[in-house]
Design a protein around this ligand. Structure first.
Ligand SMILES: *Cc1c(COP(=O)(O)O)cnc(C)c1O
Length: 481
């Protein structure tokens, strides 16, 4: 497909901007010397270009997207309608509080509701993504220990069933990462945890339900061990989808939590727009929160900077319009709808797992939460067909593959998360397709290595794409380069 720079002709264009109604300003030395080399295309060409691009991808609006750990649930259109209201899109972050009371109320109420859902006392919306939230939460833990004059706590305990971003964020925040193994049941090994927790423990980072889709049954014991050692407990709540409105991290003993609004709270992700990874904390960590916090006083909403703030982690109030979308979702579902969504997410995952478990090997053979992990190790051994081959085969059936080769503790893993927004028919179709693919793997394993056949591109050179991405257009050569 041609790039937009390769389309159009000199002088062609479309006037989508209104006539300038303010005096032009001479930008002086800041002005560019040569005109920008923008594509000169008609509105028809632009429209066709982006429609063609949109058809080459696969989103939740195209079909089933069971990408484990990513919660690709349907994004209700009403969220977009609310976020597009001019009262939200037209505000400036430096406006006087009395002129933006409505937007401040959205932040204040969203904080209040999400604190209610997580069992936390305060929450910041500054972090722009889950991993950014983890980093922020760890800064809070660091700020807390530092303020107490306890410099010895340099280690963060991270179970091996944690999301990959957890150890990365701990290292980014300047901590040493101590890996805690899982037992055969997929839960944290308590003896290993007891042995590792001590006076150098700053805290623990736990993903629960963990990356194999299991709710750790020893959760209260885990947080007790860490607290007794003087550490704090961080809850990776990116995937709160299995438990929201049912149980609360705060009640499990956690001091700080991040959420991914762009997963659990139905705001778009995966190329669909910016994210939001708010961080909630118990009141002992609130003085360290970044940015400005909305507080409601007798004269309305005001901004307040926390006393011992760790400093800004992003400009102003984070990705505000994402919060508007998530807030809309919370209000649409309400007190009954939120736990119902969580329970249906768990039901859908278990339904699909049970439809598949006589055909595929499940990594853990008990009831799952919002997702489950299959291991294709035996299939690969028997037929040479790998998890990757099965994932590619799904593409020819219009299904986005599950997450592959993650979590690392399961070999040939496929991690499936259907979400609550899929119907039983979709789940049945997906199960039929997966069973059919397995039969095909046994019948004609060689042909499986060539799939997919129906997508715009086949198998990609993922290493070169990651190591040497071509992201700029070279005008002199007239090509991407
Ligand atoms: C997705 C995810 C993250 C990271 O979130 P990003 O927004 O991609 O940075 C962290 N933890 C878990 C458990 C996740 O599923």
């Amino acid at each position: 497909m041609k790039l937009i720079f390769e389309k159009g002709a000199a002088g062609r264009g479309c006037s989508i901007l209104p006539e300038c109604d303010v005096p032009a300003v001479d930008a002086g030395s800041f002005a560019r010397k040569t005109p920008a080399r923008l594509p000169q295309v008609s509105e028809t060409e632009i429209s066709r270009h982006y429609t063609a691009l949109a058809k080459q991808t696969h989103g939740v609006n195209d079909g089933f997207y069971p990408l484990g750990s990513c919660t690709m649930k349907y994004n209700p259109k009403i969220n977009e309608a609310m976020a597009a209201l001019p009262g939200f899109t037209g505000v400036h972050p430096l406006q006087e509080p009395e002129t933006v009371q409505g937007s401040m109320e959205v932040l204040g109420k969203a904080e209040q509701y999400l604190c209610e859902i997580t069992g936390m006392d305060r929450m910041t919306f500054q972090p722009a993504a889950g991993a950014h939230g983890e980093f922020t939460g760890l800064l809070l833990i660091k700020g807390y220990h530092t303020a107490r004059g306890d410099q010895a706590r340099t280690k963060i305990l991270v179970p091996d069933s944690a999301h990959g971003t957890n150890p990365a964020s701990a290292a980014m925040a300047g901590f040493e990462v101590v890996n805690i193994p899982s037992g055969a049941d997929g839960c944290v090994d308590l003896d290993a945890l007891r042995a590792a927790a001590g006076p150098d423990t700053a805290g623990l980072m736990l993903t629960n339900p963990n990356t194999v889709g299991l709710f750790d049954k020893n959760i209260l014991e885990i947080t007790r061990i860490v607290h007794e050692a003087g550490g704090l407990c961080y809850y990776d709540g990116a995937n709160l989808n299995a438990v929201m409105g049912v149980v609360r991290p705060g009640d499990m003993g956690f001091d700080v939590v991040h959420l991914n609004l762009h997963k659990t709270f139905s705001t778009p992700h995966g190329g669909g727009g910016p994210g939001s990874g708010p961080v909630g904390c118990k009141s002992l960590l609130a003085p360290f929160l970044p940015g400005k916090m909305p507080v409601q006083g007798p004269d309305g909403w005001q901004w307040e900077t926390p006393a011992q703030s760790v400093g800004d982690v992003k400009a102003f109030y984070g990705n505000f319009l994402v919060v508007v979308k998530a807030f809309t979702y919370i209000l649409s579902l309400g007190r009954m709808g939120i736990p119902a969504a969580a329970k249906n997410a768990v039901l859908n995952a278990n339904y699909l797992m049970y439809r598949l478990k006589d055909h595929y090997t499940m990594a853990y053979n008990h009831r799952c939460m919002h997702e489950f992990v299959m291991s294709l190790e035996d299939v690969k051994h028997e037929t040479g067909v790998s998890a990757l081959d099965v994932a590619k085969a799904l593409l020819d059936h219009g299904i986005h593959p599950p997450t592959m080769y993650f979590p690392l503790i399961v070999h040939e893993a496929l991690m499936v998360e259907p979400t609550e927004t899929e119907t039983k028919e979709t789940l049945d179709e997906a199960a039929d397709v997966l069973i059919e693919i397995l039969e095909e793997a046994r019948r004609a394993p060689q042909s499986m290595h060539q799939l997919p056949l129906t997508t715009p591109v086949g198998r990609l050179d993922e290493v070169t794409a990651a190591r040497k991405p071509v992201v700029r257009y070279d005008f002199s050569a007239g090509q991407a380069g």
